[in-house]
Design a protein around this ligand. Structure first.
Ligand code: ATP
Ligand code: ZN
Length: 291
């Protein structure tokens, strides 16, 4: 039976590639979970939400069935499990691709060459859908793991598997033929929970926090001093969310400029700023940005 105590339940992967980033995101949203060793359930001290730690494959169904209201799971898993859940937002980590790979020396060079071939996978549903969309009939060899070994063992002519950098594939003498799906971690929600007034209110509040964290990711807050006469030149160099904040300093004809910059641009930008009159440049991390 599902107990409705007015609190949300959010399912995340218990232990795996998405676990640390998911806990980190929720923590950055200000949620303080009381973790207990080996427990699948962690209550939150300062928000009406509790954490369920589960195997990632089970998360879409649990959210669909209302065991959890929310879930963080790879889009690849939600698609494969065909769960009826609502997609709220992508989360910007856990990037990977579901691809079809073939042996380096394979004669297969196009998707239609997969006709009547054997393809090993742990993603039979997604693969079947893809093949049907391409009008290709192939034998799907369903495995529970170590798919990349299937061609060497002559169990299959091709594989369909998740890759991120592709190193594992290359090590096993395989190369990509085509990409079926691009995936990353996403936040999903149960439709009834989303329609429930009280829960929706909590979900909306959580979404504001999550969006704030996503916006702040990769951004830095930049402060510098400059002579008043350099303002226009510096403004033309500075990217900013709206326009930079300019504050007068006690020292005559000097100002402080504050703005938000992308981490990637920062070093190039700093050199340019210095050359154009900025000094005392300070860069600080940003926790969240609420627009
Ligand atoms: P569980 O024990 O929870 O079933 P798992 O072994 O199925 O874990 P992981 O390998 O931890 O799952 O991967 C979890 C998710 O991370 C994947 O479903 C996918 O969305 C994402 N991911 C990112 N990069 C990769 C990768 N190189 N290989 C596999 N999954 C990846
Ligand atoms: Zn899994």
């Amino acid at each position: 039976m599902i107990v409705n105590n007015g609190r949300l339940k959010i399912a995340i992967q218990k232990s795996g590639r998405l676990t640390d980033a998911s806990i980190d995101l929720l923590r950055k949203c200000g949620l303080d979970f009381e973790f207990q060793r080996h427990s699948l359930y962690s209550p939150c001290r300062n928000f009406k939400i509790d954490l369920l730690s589960l195997r990632d494959d089970d998360i879409p169904e649990y959210v669909q069935d209302g065991v959890a209201d929310l879930g963080i799971v790879g889009e690849n898993v939600t698609k494969e499990r065909q769960a009826k859940v609502k997609h709220l937002t992508r989360l910007g980590y856990g990037q990977c691709k579901l691809i079809i790979g073939i042996p380096e020396r394979s004669k297969i060079t196009s998707i239609r060459h997969l006709q009547d071939k054997r393809i090993a996978t742990t993603y039979p549903v997604s693969l079947k859908q893809f093949l049907r969309s391409k009008s290709v009939k192939a034998e799907i060899v369903e495995l529970s793991g170590a798919v990349e070994l299937a061609p060497t063992l002559d169990v299959a002519d091709a594989i369909c598997d998740i890759v991120s950098t592709g190193t594992t594939m290359r090590v096993n003498g395989l190369k990509p033929l085509t990409t079926i799906l691009e995936s990353q971690a996403a936040l999903i929600v149960n439709g009834s929970s989303y329609a429930d007034k009280e829960k929706r209110n909590l979900i909306d509040r959580l979404m504001i926090r999550i969006s704030g964290c996503l916006q702040a990711r990769g951004k830095r807050y930049l402060m510098m001093n400059a002579p008043m006469k350099s303002i226009e030149r510096l403004k033309s160099i500075l990217p900013s969310m709206k326009s930079p904040t300019i504050v007068p300093l006690a020292e005559k004809d000097m100002v402080a400029l504050h703005t938000v910059v992308a981490e990637d641009d920062f070093w190039d930008l700093m050199e340019n700023l210095k050359m154009n009159g900025a000094s005392d440049i300070v860069v600080v991390p940003i926790e969240t940005i609420i627009n």
